[in-house]
Design a protein around this ligand. Sequence first.
Ligand SMILES: Nc1ncnc2c1ncn2[C@@H]1O[C@H](COP(=O)(O)OP(=O)(O)OP(=O)(O)O)[C@@H](O)[C@H]1O
Ligand SMILES: [Mg+2]
Length: 368
Amino acid sequence: MGLFSRGGEQRLTEELVMRALSTVQEPELGGDLVSRRMIKNVKIDGERVSFMVDLTTPACPLKDQIQNECIKAVQTIAGVAPENISIEFGSTVRPRGGVMDKAAVPGVSHVIAVAAGKGGVGKSTVSTNLAVALAQEGARVGLLDADVYGPSVPLMMGVSGQQPTAVDGPDGQPMIIPIEAHGIKMMSVGFMVEDDKPIIWRGPMVSQLLRQFLYQVNWAPLDYLIIDMPPGTGDVALTLAQSLQNVGLTGVVTVTTPQSVATLDVMRSIEMFKKVNVDLLGIVENMAYFVAPDTGKRYDIFGTGGAERLAQREGLPLLGQIPLGMSVRSGGDSGQPAVISDAPDAYAETFRQLARTLAARVSVMEYA
Ligand SMILES: Nc1ncnc2c1ncn2[C@@H]1O[C@H](COP(=O)(O)OP(=O)(O)OP(=O)(O)O)[C@@H](O)[C@H]1O
Ligand SMILES: [Mg+2]
């Protein structure tokens, strides 16, 4: 039958394929794949059709759905069998728009801060696992540990004691080479200060340090730069939030535990970011519940539904719920983030799902 369809004399062409694919909607962003210029490299080889779908993030949660719908659409062209359709996925994470007046970090598409109203709720655990999960999905990721009070990224990523080196940048200024581990680039206050010499940080020092960490580190090219923020809503956190607003931050992810939702800390933190006009990306509920490994019984140790109610009240998405897990804790302590473990109570897939949901949220924010 060759190039001709069963019913008529229609030849299989790129144009026909594009026309078929223009019926496939981008499930989250709206519009069809062709108008969104997401279809690339359409090739026809005899009865075979191949093309690339250029997603807005490699961590797209709806990849399978898009693939199925593309196959269904192309199959409607008479004579094309599903096994002759090959789809490749690529991604172009477009930088945050509308920040022309701001000093965006060169070569970094999205800067995303992970914050919390108070300490110990799992900011660093979420930051590290989120960063590694995004890298596992194929994104280029950096992790900036800006927690001046208790930098834990070096420990949690297994790079304590390492010292970043510096080279001369293009303008003669020194550029710091970030430390790499688990597929991501890192910079931490912990690499710069000695444990036994405590520093009393004031707002202006912190904002200067942040500028250095953003502009004098060789980050580029990155799709996502995750910032582990210091806890709280005091002077240091407020100054950092303000500085981030000035560098075109994409937004903030707020981490909370179920019981701290009941306190005012998390509200205060959300209000602080709103006051300085930082976009809120959503809420992560950490230590959401516990499943006993021996019996499989679920315990809502810190209550239930708190983060969901908070999200509803604030009109924000609940991006994910991470249970309490021994392997989550031990992964952090041993420098092997939970998301690379296959222990059931490491909840690797939960962290990956969180990463995909966040990446999709960022795409939607940019293109809605
Ligand atoms: N889902 C979880 N399951 C088990 N342990 C967890 C979980 N999340 C965090 N932890 C543990 O709780 C402790 C506090 O977490 P983490 O250091 O990430 O919090 P933080 O908000 O960054 O704290 P700080 O304010 O001190 O920076 C760590 O020992 C960590 O391993
Ligand atoms: Mg921390």
